[in-house]
Design a binder for this molecule. Structure first.
Ligand SMILES: Nc1ncnc2c1ncn2[C@@H]1O[C@H](COP(=O)(O)OP(=O)(O)OP(=O)(O)O)[C@@H](O)[C@H]1O
Length: 682
């Protein structure tokens, strides 16, 4: 039953003023004594005939437990019990992963109920509050008492309450006001939902509690969704070194809250399943699935499992379960850092073979690309890209601005069988939000006011047969993420104003400087799209961390040198350059050399040729002391930083609006923000 409709069902006891009409027309007011909460609970438990019909069986069970088994007194005035700090910390540490994952979801949940006088609480399996997020308003009210870390909300101490009763019932529950057992808790309304671990054991409870007389709309639904989200994330995190099958009877629900998740080891043995999986597959419990071989559960062999994992998470594919032959749609997620860097085209290969083949520290593969001059990570990245170049697996490039993501994307395209086909790059940050849709998907003649008479093909179709490079993918608006996802899944595009889909065959490479996982956690990027783009993830190292700086600098100088006489770098200069922080990475280094070459005194560059702002840097930084965060240097840059900061503030951190006002592309503005270390205030 929804929380909203429940707050009338058990009347809060107390005294009531009633009017009694006198026979001669006058009226007197009398005070009628209603039973106290204490009596109310006692009679409901021991005199079944006097029970209000609205009393739920869960609350009655709990009241009975509290009175008869725990020997509690509803009128007890004992204080909330708190754990000592070291004990609380030990519990928080034991559940650290759960806590980290939950914090993100709790913050999301808080955003949805903020300013309504509620606290979001996470307790462990014994009812100890581990973390709480609450309204400042709430902390000023009496109701904040006991809703903080360390407090114990098991039934043993607090009687019937959201957390304690949920722990007992092991299902979502609402305990509204006088449904609480202790009189001192009857101002509270609590909606709680359990969080189970991968073995189906209850590990925590998520709860929304507050003192509002109006029960929070949807609070029960929201808390249940958030608890499931946490459960799935903890599950995925625990088994990221194994094969994961994520499935649902409807393809669009794969990677969403209701998906089933099965995890298998490399021999195809089922290790664990989430709640939705055993339910969807029609097994009584999780234990009925654990230990079975994949072939007993699905019409899928362990070889096919590996093969699907090798294809990445591009597509949800049908799979049939064994018991009833029911069809599901599934993606297979390979063990993190192993299969996806496999390739090689042998679908029968076992994961162990693949792992050992790829686990070496440095692999050849960078030769001939002109992108690696002896850096282990770059060599490994290029080897990986070579391996997957012909497998049509989506590639996600992650790295700071100027590290060469665009160059790497083009190299990847040239290494692939699509080399002769178009390479189309789209910067999602540079195109105004309202134009991205038509830019990407194209439109039919007359699709909207201002549209060209001939229509426009759209970048996706332009890339047909070749590679579509989506730069700054983190800036893709959410509504378009859904459309992009559909293109990736169905391999079809419907231009704006068109009604028939056009089939496309493209390789997707996307790039971002942002932490997409974090963006997903904050709700700014769709999780399902993230997983589909991340078939292979390549982390492009920042320049300051590269091991091949000497050779790379020399290479950049050669490329920038427009004259026939070779130019060299002297040893002292090289040392200074190697210890630069290079917030703008290779792009910044290239520009620096361009300037130095233009102003040089001889064919040997020395520290005297350094641009003035580099010369004036403190020695400590030049000599490799800890590199501070990116920040502005010189008065001009300070002024620019201040202006950007002020304008962003004035525009409430709307980057598009600020960029437009400054006549800059969003891409450039983001770059400058990064360069100056300007961050959106929390
Ligand atoms: N390995 C390399 N060798 C030579 N030049 C390189 C290399 N990698 C990158 N560059 C140069 O660095 C500059 C930036 O490269 P690119 O635009 O690919 O970076 P990016 O990571 O995509 O940047 P952003 O995120 O800002 O778009 C370009 O001038 C490119 O030529």
């Amino acid at each position: 039953m929804h929380a909203d409709t429940r707050h009338e069902r058990v009347t809060v006891p107390g005294n009531r003023r009633v009017q009694i009409n006198h026979s001669r027309g006058s009226a007197i007011t009398a005070e009628v004594q209603e039973p106290s909460h204490n009596e109310w609970v006692w009679t409901a438990v021991h005199q079944p005939w006097s029970r209000p019909p609205s009393l739920t069986k869960e609350v009655l069970r709990s009241w009975t437990r509290c009175l008869d088994e725990l020997g509690l007194d509803p009128g007890s005035r004992h204080e909330t019990v708190y754990l000592a700090d070291p004990e609380l910390r030990a519990r928080q540490e034991r559940l650290q992963t759960l806590l980290e994952i939950s914090k993100v979801e709790m913050n999301n949940l808080y955003q949805q109920v903020a300013a309504s006088g509620y606290a979001i609480i996470l307790s462990d399996a014994e009812g100890v509050v581990l973390h709480q997020v609450s309204d400042p308003e709430l902390s000023r009210t009496v109701c904040s008492r006991g809703l903080r870390p360390g407090a114990v909300w098991s039934e043993r101490f607090e009687g019937t309450n959201g957390i304690g009763t949920c722990l007992f019932e092991q299902k979502p529950i609402v305990i509204h006001r006088s449904e609480h057992f202790l009189t001192r808790n009857i101002e509270l309304t609590c909606s709680a939902a359990p969080i189970f671990d991968s073995q189906g054991q209850l590990m925590a409870v998520l709860d929304i509690s507050g003192c509002s007389t109006m029960a929070q709309q949807h609070s029960q639904v929201l808390v249940h969704m958030a608890s499931q989200m946490i459960e799935n994330r903890v599950f995925l995190n625990s088994f990221r070194d194994h094969y994961l099958i994520r499935f649902h009877s409807r393809p669009e629900f794969v990677s969403t809250l209701g998906e089933g998740i099965l995890t298998f080891d490399e021999d195809g043995k089922c290790l664990a399943v989430n709640g939705s999986a055993h339910f969807q597959l029609g097994y009584e419990s999780r234990a009925d699935l654990v230990g079975r071989n994949i072939e007993e559960v699905l019409h899928l062999s362990s070889e096919e499992l590996v093969d699907r994992a090798l294809q990445g998470m591009l597509r949800t594919q049908p799979v049939h379960e064994r018991q009833h032959g029911k069809r599901f749609f599934a993606v297979v997620q390979p063990p993190e850092g192993s299969v996806r860097i496999g390739g090689g085209g042998d679908p029968g290969r076992r994961p162990r073979d693949i792992q050992s083949k790829d686990s070496g520290p440095s692999e050849p593969g960078g030769e001939g690309t002109g992108l690696d001059f002896g850096d282990t990570r770059m060599a490994r990245n290029l080897a990986l890209l070579r391996k997957v170049a012909d497998r049509d697996i989506p590639v996600l490039l992650n790295g700071e601005t100027g590290t060469g993501k665009g160059v790497l994307a083009e190299t990847f395209h040239k290494l692939s069988h699509r080399a002769e086909e178009p390479f189309v790059a789209v910067s999602c940050a540079a195109i105004p939000e309202e134009l991205i849709e038509s830019e990407l998907f194209g439109y039919k003649p007359g699709a909207f006011t201002g549209a060209s008479r001939h229509g426009q093909q759209g970048r996706i179709l332009q890339a047909n047969g070749g590679t579509l490079f989506l730069d700054e993918i983190g800036d893709m608006p959410l509504n378009l993420q859904v459309r992009l996802l559909r293109v990736l899944e169905e391999r079809e595009v419907v231009p704006l104003g068109g009604d028939s889909p056009v089939t496309v065959d493209i390789q997707i490479v996307s790039a971002t400087h942002q932490d997409l996982e974090e963006l997903v956690a904050q709700g700014g990027f769709r999780e399902d799209l993230y997983y589909r783009l991340k078939g292979v993830q390549v982390l492009v190292p920042p320049l300051r961390e590269r091991e091949d700086k000497d050779a790379l600098f020399q290479h950049l100088v050669e490329e920038e040198n427009t004259e026939d006489v070779p130019v060299t770098l002297d040893a002292e200069l090289l040392e200074v350059l190697k210890n630069e922080p290079w917030p703008g990475n290779i792009r910044q280094a290239r520009n620096t050399f361009r300037t130095m070459l233009a102003l040089r005194e001889s064919d040997r560059l020395t520290t005297a040729d350094l641009p003035p702002e580099m010369l004036s840097r403190p020695k400590a930084v030049q000599q490799g002391a800890e590199v501070p965060d990116a920040g502005p240097r010189g008065a001009l840059e300070m002024a620019e930083r201040e202006t950007l900061q002020r304008m962003l503030d004035e525009n409430h951190w709307n980057v598009s609006a600020t960029a437009e006002q400054l006549n800059l592309s969003r891409n450039t503005l983001y770059r400058k923000m990064k360069q100056y270390g300007i961050k959106r205030p929390k």
